[in-house]
Design a protein around this ligand. Structure first.
Ligand SMILES: O=P(O)(O)OC[C@H]1O[C@H](O[C@H]2O[C@H](CO)[C@@H](O)[C@H](O)[C@H]2O)[C@H](O)[C@@H](O)[C@@H]1O
Length: 284
């Protein structure tokens, strides 16, 4: 394991020693699920289900914290099945969807979701015209119930289209009392307020945890990175993992360790679970 600093290694060791008090927060796209061109075709990495079950045995709790609608992430991540296995072993898996606005757990198996924000319907009725006017009529529009995401990945020049649309959609969103969440070749328009940091902090406190690991890959994860920084300042052991990619480097400098995409994240979490199990195994 190549930690960026000596402190990173110490943080990992402190969390291994105290794994039973640790909450693990995981982003979905780019962290548990490899990035693909078509968002509807994403799915959890093949190692994901097994690693989540192994990890759940060692830690206080696992929360998948995603921009995806909760029901969609449950399907793409096979999280219902994973949650059943985790529950059979006496633990609970949490899923906080739409940046923490929606909540599901393997205990309740129900999604709790607020109403869509005011202004979203009006924004969406103007959206096709805005896309046409800015040479992005073929952008993929993902309707998320509480939000809408405009994807440029499959346009001829994805980065140029993204750069063209970002100021336009930001301006239009603010006219309707909405905010933008920029991401990997996606611009999402949603209600301002809730973010992944608040979601992670809430689950950490609810579970009475003292220690946190968070893995992210994109701009929408920065608030969770901030929340981890605050918990660290309050004395909790904390580790930040960047799921590295050529496409997004914003989290590298903020992280304790950079790994190679979802496969790297899952290998690290598997190692963590095994190291924690070894520490707590009864001596012969
Ligand atoms: O918070 P996350 O779990 O990372 O979700 C963020 C957005 O992810 C999805 O888009 C991203 O993944 C797609 C599939 O790999 C990819 O095609 C797209 O370019 C990425 O931006 C998802 O479609 C969005 O709704 C999420 O908000």
């Amino acid at each position: 394991m190549d930690f960026r600093t000596a402190e990173g290694r110490q943080r990992y060791d402190a969390l291994v020693a105290d794994a039973a008090k640790t909450v693990v927060g995981l982003d979905f796209d780019g962290v548990l699920s490899p990035i693909v061109d078509d968002p509807t075709q994403a799915s959890i990495h093949p190692d994901g289900p097994e690693v989540l079950v192994e990890l759940a045995d060692q830690v206080r709790g696992i929360a998948v914290i995603t921009g995806r609608p909760a029901r969609q992430a449950i399907t793409l991540g096979s999280l219902d099945e994973v949650g059943v296995t985790i529950a059979e072993r006496g633990h609970e898996l949490f899923l906080l969807g739409q940046y923490g606005n929606e909540r599901w757990s393997s205990g309740t198996r129900r999604v709790v979701s607020p109403r869509p924000p005011r202004g979203l319907g009006s924004f969406m009725s103007e959206l096709p015209q805005m896309l046409r006017r800015h040479d992005a009529a073929d952008a993929f529009v993902e309707e998320k119930g509480l939000a809408v995401a405009v994807h440029t990945r499959r346009l001829p020049d994805p980065r140029a289209a993204y750069d063209r649309l970002l100021p336009v959609l930001t301006d239009a969103a603010s006219r309707f009392g909405l905010g933008v969440e920029p991401g990997r070749l996606v611009i999402e328009v949603r209600a301002p307020g809730m973010h992944k940091g608040q979601a992670l902090r809430t689950i950490h406190d609810e579970l009475g945890a003292h220690g946190v690991i968070f893995a992210g890959d994109d701009l929408g994860d920065i608030e969770a990175f901030r929340a981890v920084g605050e918990l660290r300042d309050e004395g909790a052991p904390a580790l930040l993992i960047c799921s590295g990619s050529e496409e997004q480097k914003a989290l590298v400098e903020l992280s304790d360790i950079v790994v190679d995409g979802p496969a790297g994240v899952l290998a690290l979490l598997r190692q963590f679970a095994r190291d924690a199990a070894a520490v707590h195994a009864p001596a012969d």
